[in-house]
Ligand binder design. Structure first.
Ligand code: GCO
Ligand code: MG
Length: 395
């Protein structure tokens, strides 16, 4: 089997996505997701200009070799743009492998290690007030065991880059030291609203400094968070150790990590309980299985990133990883908009708190290219935060 064509597909069904489709001379093709919120076209260009020409004529089953060719062979290693491009291609190659073996991806990864995949959803609502008020109903309606809230003020229009063409990022106000008490109060209200049994994940979105995060987490200890997500920024591993040592609250961390090497100190030091990498940022299936094995070594559970800005293809790959991993913890089902399902078929859904999927050979998803063309890509930016002094803060 030889690769004959590599296509990049940019589309915007209420959110920008970048897909990769790799076609072979056998008629089998594979699909992957290379979406990088706010930089999709840059990733597409890297694939079209530099990676696709290296794929044409290759045996699609040499997945590890192509991974190394892009990662080490480029000499300039890593980074979000390169890793997203590599991940999208990697997923498509595994999809081809599964389809030609007539096996679902999870079977290639060692087979099922569990029957059910616990998942959590984002509490929805237009404002924080609405989310806090509606949480119990939301949990009841969907039969959820675990929910997730993100620290923040009511979102401005265009959050997550869904607002269509923009010339610059939207600015949201956020003054961290003023939001400490609000953040604590929001969690406590949510706990009171949903009762003691429901797991609550609170995403602090790297918005606080270590001292602020510690303050919040210590106050929340009696309210038993399922985990606190990304309490601080990831750049300085020692800061994470510092936070870890000062609180007993479980920590989920890592959607901004781009490599196994970045994850290593947090894993080997046991500074986190759940590793939350995004498979589009760390190198696709090839790297995800190595990373999960590494986390298993250090008793850290997996909770792969699954927001609305990754497509059903990534949600499906996450599911295949989930069912085949020994150290699976929980899966984020951050899907908030169904329009993407017109473009991508297949993929898991959250039913009564568990992620279920009809497994087909490969990843089990397909892209409807005609449908994708109906939603033309528009440049969009992730918002930025500025405090009341005008200084830039983490969004
Ligand atoms: C999450 C994440 C996302 C990110 C988004 C950025 O936990 O799901 O924090 O919501 O903000 O992926 O594009
Ligand atoms: Mg997050």
């Amino acid at each position: 089997m030889k690769i004959t064509q590599v296509k990049t597909i940019l589309t915007s069904p209420n959110q920008n996505y970048l897909f990769v489709k790799i076609v072979t001379d056998s008629g089998i093709y594979g699909v992957g997701d290379a979406s990088l919120n706010g930089r999709e076209e840059t990733v597409a260009n890297l694939i079209d200009m530099y990676l696709a020409p290296q794929l044409i004529g290759r045996d699609p089953e040499q997945i590890e070799d192509f991974w190394q060719l892009v990662y080490r062979g480029s000499y300039w290693r890593g980074g979000n743009v390169m890793m997203s491009a590599l991940s999208g291609i990697d997923m498509a190659l595994w999809d081809i492998l599964g389809k030609s073996a007539e096996k679902p991806l999870y079977a290639l990864l060692g087979g099922k290690a569990r029957d059910k995949v616990l998942c959590y959803s984002h509490v929805l609502g237009k404002t924080m007030e609405e989310k806090l008020d509606n949480a119990a109903g939301f949990v009841r309606e969907r039969g959820l065991q675990v929910i997730r809230l993100r620290a923040g003020l009511p979102a401005a229009n265009g959050t997550f880059g869904v607002g269509g063409h923009q010339d610059a990022p939207i600015i949201e106000p956020w003054t961290p030291h003023r939001e400490i008490q609000n953040t604590i109060d929001a969690f406590i209200r949510l706990r009171e609203n949903v009762g003691p049994e429901v797991g609550i994940i609170y995403d602090l979105h790297e918005r606080f400094s270590p001292d602020q995060a510690i303050l919040i987490m210590r106050e929340l200890e009696p309210y038993r968070p399922f985990f606190i997500e990304d309490p601080i920024a990831p750049e300085n591993p020692d800061s994470l150790r510092y936070v870890r040592e000062k609180t007993s609250v479980p920590i989920g961390f890592g959607e901004l990590y781009k490599s196994r090497y970045e994850c290593l100190p947090a894993l080997s030091g046991h500074w986190i309980d759940y590793l939350r990498c995004d498979i589009i940022r760390i190198g696709g299936v090839t790297e995800a299985r190595k990373l999960a094995a590494l986390a298993e070594t250090f008793d850290v559970k997996m909770a792969w990133h699954g927001p609305n800005d990754v497509s059903p293809i990534t949600h499906a790959v996450n599911w295949h990883l989930n069912v085949s991993e020994y150290n699976f913890g929980i899966q984020e089902d951050g899907t908030t908009d169904a329009l993407i399902n017109r473009v991508v078929s297949g993929g898991p859904t959250c039913q009564n708190g568990f992620l279920t999927m009809d497994a087909q050979p490969g990843i089990g998803c397909d892209i409807n290219e005609e449908e994708a063309a109906k939603y033309p890509f528009k440049r969009a930016f992730i918002p930025v935060c500025r405090d009341e002094e005008g200084a830039l803060k983490t969004w």
